[in-house]
Design a protein around this ligand. Sequence first.
Ligand code: HEM
Length: 481
Amino acid sequence: MSWKVLIQLRKFATTQSATKSGKKLLEFNQIPGPKYYPFLGPLNDVMTLGKNEKLHLTVDEMHKKYGGIFRMKIDSIDTVFLSSADYIRSIFAYEGKYPKHPIPPAWMYFNQKYNIQRGLIFMNDEEWLNIRQVMNNFLLKDAEWSHKLIEMTCDNFTSKLKRILDSEDATVIENLEDELYLWSIYSILNLMLGSSTSEQTDREFDAKVWEFVNVVKKIFETSSKLMSIPPRLADKINMKVYKEFESYAHKSITLSRSLISILSNDMQSSENGLLRKMKSQNLSDEVIVRIFSDLIIAAGDTTVYTTLWLLHSIAKDAALSTKLRKDIGDNPKSMEAPLVRAALRETLRLYPVAPFIGRFIDTDAEIGNYSIPKGVLALASLYTSSRDPANFTDPLKFIPERWLRDENRQVMNPHASMPFAIGARSCVGKKIASYQIHSLITKILQQFTLESKNKEDVKLKLHLIGVPDKKIQIAFRKTLP
Ligand code: HEM
């Protein structure tokens, strides 16, 4: 052995630290990753991570270069990106009693600047746990109360589709995305109220909901553009995009207050609605408004884009439509068609609306061969792990059957795709979202045929969440009157 190799080995040994498991670990600063130039400050992020819209692709390239774990500073926070399924699972093992996730910097800055208290997404520590336990009871432990309401909202949607097709004699629904937004927001409103506030019953209310839809969309669009600029700086130099973001954020709060106040005064507000359920837990009106406006922010885009991707995948594949229709026919009770459930699972694998899920590590940790100090931000690179052939056979193909139990499973590692996250801070709306999407797809397939009109491949881009890079165009034809 040459003296050079001996020196290398010695260096290696002294930079390893012993751990609880007795395993020798490498230090945090030995994790590979791109170079950081302190004098460049925030410019480092822009230079290394590039365009925000393509962050998932840049990170994917970096995983190819550095492996299943790499390290960098983002906004001067020590961050690790993880794409190996085992590493991803470890993140949640170290999240602690009060898991903390990263919040887009513009949102954090805005809340602090105006001292605005927000809902579940922004809460932390004991306050978060108390509210989360209340919401878990209503949305996760027992969500059956929501089924009828969700189905009513889906029936309203398919009736509207038919009206559009009748009146315009058109097959392509040009504003499908907007229609889905309305559906998604009305779903939450109906759940709050406990009865169906269908569109067109009250013009003023409708106008407010429509305005809310646009405001929520703009919040995502503008805060995504602000990801690579420190918001304090953007505010100081009066950047147009920051001013726009602020005005939409203010509007969303005003609008959610006014929607809630209309709903609360509504005599039809039923025992079965989330509003009454929350009030029965002695939550103040102020806290209820905070929770409600964040539920809409969390529920709106995620449900809309997942549904759009799923409709797009079905519309492209006539054989899949036939199989899904047969499966729905064989399983007449809603939510019992296994292939529809599998198609949703497959959509969330290939097009995760949250391609990165993060946790601040709560205690000194071991991930892989590395020691990770408390406080580091660990980000699960779900876009990469979901498309890794080590985890899924033919990973780029849309194959719902891979999720069926009795099939020759093509899922080597289900944890590589965790679209709702896992653990105590995972999506509190996952049951509602799954039921909503499942019901809507079932009703659409029972009443319409779909055909994709997109000529080019539609890819995922980031607008804070994963959205299609082109307008999704689907021709609908009625199969039932
Ligand atoms: C397909 C649709 C959806 C997807 C893919 C999705 C995904 C997620 C993910 C990944 C998280 C966790 C973020 C983290 O761990 O840091 C989350 C959190 C959350 N989701 Fe969803 N979501 C969806 C629909 C919904 C719906 C319909 C609602 C409301 C009914 C909702 C309400 C929330 C809330 C309030 C949180 C924050 C929970 C907390 O911080 O304790 N989501 N969602």
